[in-house]
Structure formats: structure tokens, C-alpha cells
Design a protein around this ligand. Sequence first.
Ligand SMILES: [Fe+2]
Length: 346
Amino acid sequence: MSTATTTTATTDLRLTPAAGRIGAIVHDVRLGGELPAETVAAIEAALYEHKVLFFRDQQHLDDAGHEAFARLLGHPVGHPTVPSADGRYVFELDATKGVRANNWHTDVTFVPSYPKASILRALELPPAGGSTVWANTAAAYQDLPEPLKVLAESLRAVHTNDYDYAASLALRPELADNAEIANLFRQVFVSTAFKTEHPVVRVHPVTGEKNLLLGAFAQRIQGVAGADSKALIALFQRYVERLENTVRWDWQVGDVAIWDNRATQHYAVNDYGDEPRLVRRITLDGDLPVGVDGAPSRLLEPAEPPRVAGLVPAEELETEAAEAAKVAAAQAAGAGAAVTVTADRG
Ligand SMILES: [Fe+2]
């Protein structure tokens, strides 16, 4: 595989392409909160160009270092419904506890301002399998024949976290049969049912590229009934999943992957049986999508939106959380332990 060097105005990154249309391995960078600004700028530029970046040998990163690095690229946000693993922003995906994300999706698209990027680090891996595949949704749009581009640009899709989650359990019958796990997952992950209308073609706010915005949370097309709605989603989603538009990453412990969540979908391959697989993710606050006509995404449900990520700016949430923590500490020092539940679903 050849090695290419991307040059920015201020610094160089040594990159190796990971596939033809998406993905690059970044060499010689030690991730953390102390990275110089020019390196951060180069990483951001590479991220927008390649959509997903891979960094090997980042074992030094702990949750705090993960968050410190994340803050150089944006503002961390928690999951809208699932409690964090560290009481802050870390979303843990533990295959032994949760449902596995073996479907094509963009993280958290059931809220309007879904995350702009995700940063995932691998802590424990199965002896074989457990890789992740990313797809380039800008390339998928570009692959569409002209009449389908016109059609896609005219459509709006409803994304929800309250879909037939039981169907997604079908590939793991041992979990589907476990009523306790299935109920717990539903209670936590769908503790608030969100419905959001997004354009099917989102204009990327940084690159200006047009991206197909679909994935597993997209459940129907506005104004199109039942089977036709599903057929339209399947038609466009097929372009996203074309192998030519994907990169598959075989994880090693210590790897970090960063993806542009506004320009990709991903799929966690569930081929490792009962072996453990533990990864931790921090997502960065996103912005309100717009279609090619400039019309923004909008929340349809619930009628009284909770104050959560994707609906309220991260800075406001952080201020509120700090104040709430102060009040809680004053009220009850040493009260009951928090219960943390993880769900492997972005
Ligand atoms: Fe995900």
C-alpha cells in the first residue's frame, strides 16, 4: 500500500489510504489534550477529506485523555437517552451487555442536531472478527444517476429511535430470547421516543458536499405511504452500502477511529459469538442539518422536547449539569450509587 502525505498550510500529517474512496491511517501522532493547534487543524482537514481516520497504538489514552482530545475537535455530548459510562461523556459499547450495532447507521440521527463526529477507542477485542465498516455517504450520493439525485433531494425522511428494535435483535437470538436484556435495552435506549424529519440529502456545512442521510433510524419517507416508503429508503440506502464506498477496519487494542458523522454510515460486524468486545466512544456536538433547498431538519416528537444533546447546545447542557451536580452534592453527600446501563446502539 502506498503512503501519501497530505499537506496543510501549517503542518504535515503522514497518511496511508485505507481504501479507495474512504478512510486513512494517520501515523506518528500521539492523541491527547496537549496536541498543538496546527496538528489538530491538520487532523480536522484530513477528517473532512477522508471521512474516517485511524490511529494505531493509542493505549496511553484513558477516559480523561479521550475527552481532552475530543475537546480539541469540538464539544463532547452525552447520548440523549443512555447514561454515560464515566458520568461525563463516555458511551461504552460492551458486547457482553448490550445489543450489537450490526446495522448500517449514522450515530443518533433520531435527534435534529445529531453528532458531527465520533471518536472510538478499542479496549478489548475478540480473538477474531468484530471489525467495523464505514461507508462514504457523499460518494453514495455521487453514484446516483441524475434522475435519482433529483428525487433524493426532494425527499425528507423521518428518523426515530422507537422502531422495531425486536427485528434488530433477530441476528442475536440469545439476546432476543432474554426478556430482561431486551426490556432493559428498550427502557433505556427508547426511554424517550424521538422522531425527527431530516432531508434525505444533507449539505455538509464544512465541505459543501451533498450526503445521503439515511441509515437504520430512517423509518419512512414523508408523504409516501408504507411499502413505497420502505422501497425508496432501500433504493438509496443500497448506494451507501456498495462495497466500493466502504472501508473495513480490523481493530487492534489501542486503536482510535474518528469519523465524520455527517458524511458516513457505519456497521459493527457481529461475527464473534460470545467473545468480549469493549470499545468506548465520545461524540461531538453537531449542528442542524439543511437540505439542498436550505430547509432545516425539525423535531416532530416529543411535543415537549427534553433538554438533551441534539436539541440543546452542548455548552448549555454542560452548565446545567455542573449546577445540578452542585445542588445534588449539597443535598445528599453519599447518596445511592447510580445505575449505569449500556446499550450498543448509536
Ligand atoms: Fe454507531
